[in-house]
Design a protein around this ligand. Sequence first.
Ligand SMILES: *Cc1c(COP(=O)(O)O)cnc(C)c1O
Length: 427
Amino acid sequence: MEYNFKDGLDFAKELDEKDDLKEYRNHFYLKEDEIYMDGNSLGLASKEGEKSLLKMLDIWKEEAIKIWNIENGKYHQYSKHIAKKMAPLVGANENEVVITGSTTSNIHQAISTFYKPTKERYKILVDDLNFASDRYAVDSQIRIHGLKVEDAVKVVKSDDGKYINEDKIIEAMTEDVSLILLPTILYRSSQILDMKRLTEEAHKRNIIIGFDLCHAIGAIEIDFSDIKPDFAVWCTYKYLSGGPGSIAGLYINEKHFEKLPGMAGWYGNKLETQFQLKQEFDHQEDASGWQIGTPSLFSMAPLDGVLDIFNEIGMKKIREKSLKLTAYFMYLVDNKLSKYGYKIDNPREDRKRGGHICLTHNKAYQISVALRDLGVIPDFREPNVIRIAPIALYNTFEEVYKVVEILEKIAAEKIYEEYSEIRKTVI
Ligand SMILES: *Cc1c(COP(=O)(O)O)cnc(C)c1O
């Protein structure tokens, strides 16, 4: 999309004036003297999320064990309650979504459910730019089957260390591939993979395919009723602002409901017979059947509140604003920062660009530490990436403008030289 941006703080303020979503910023806990650009790592707390969390605490105080019975078993089946609010964000039926575990444990759950290696078909296809935890899960699932990682994991390599070529993924879908796990948006370069095309190609070859939506959920529109992957996983603490370590999402396409979960537990048992506590597992044949143990109510409660904001606005508008924020950032970088060695290393096309900007610089680490001291929270990813995520629900165009000004100051005055290149553990 063409925007006709202009330079100058006044223009940024004008963009904020015209922003339909500007009021939503008041629903989040922002700090006056800080510009938060890290909502893709840990989303800010919302007032709605706080309210639903505190309400959960009150219910525990009041009801104790009765918590499981009140309101028609709402809290016993709390995943279902949240899944109803989550499903529109991925275009799924609510019974295809379960809120359970963490992203990584859900990858284990999905692979242990779908990966049934045979002599001929035993490989898992992955890329080499996905988040490391996904790969650890894949490798350990291969080992559980007594196979060798070197033999059974097929890796599609990036040509440039930034992007993955979809044609190469499709070429790698050979007859020995049993299952594919891919990211929807690459966490470093922000590239969006074409889930529809990849799913169609995988299914033509009878290969199971699943996606990790961690950097896509709450950032872009997703329609699984059209894409129809076999499974998907996502965390809820990044764009969704569910809170640190909030419970993750798992999508199981309805055509697989009768399959047994790879890792079963009593919360995946049919509701009617769960408390009979029989020794034989009686699988609930929808996504909730992939739950394992008792739901973590406090780690789900903030989602109950914050997802109402997402549904009130709808992902279409959220995505529109996000694209405009990142386009504006790119425009300013091109105009003001290129001469200092900053480079945009994410796709420029709307269709291919996720919710964050991948800004590179050979002093990226020191710049990211300097940014923090100057009141901007970005994050840094090895070796030279500063990720900047202007979040549609709470960041402003003025903030984007100010971040660019601060980046300019750090480079022009060589402020980064005051900082050590030695890494701290989390940044
Ligand atoms: C954030 C992220 C994770 C995190 O996994 P957890 O199990 O929630 O710690 C995994 N994969 C990707 C692609 C991520 O972006």
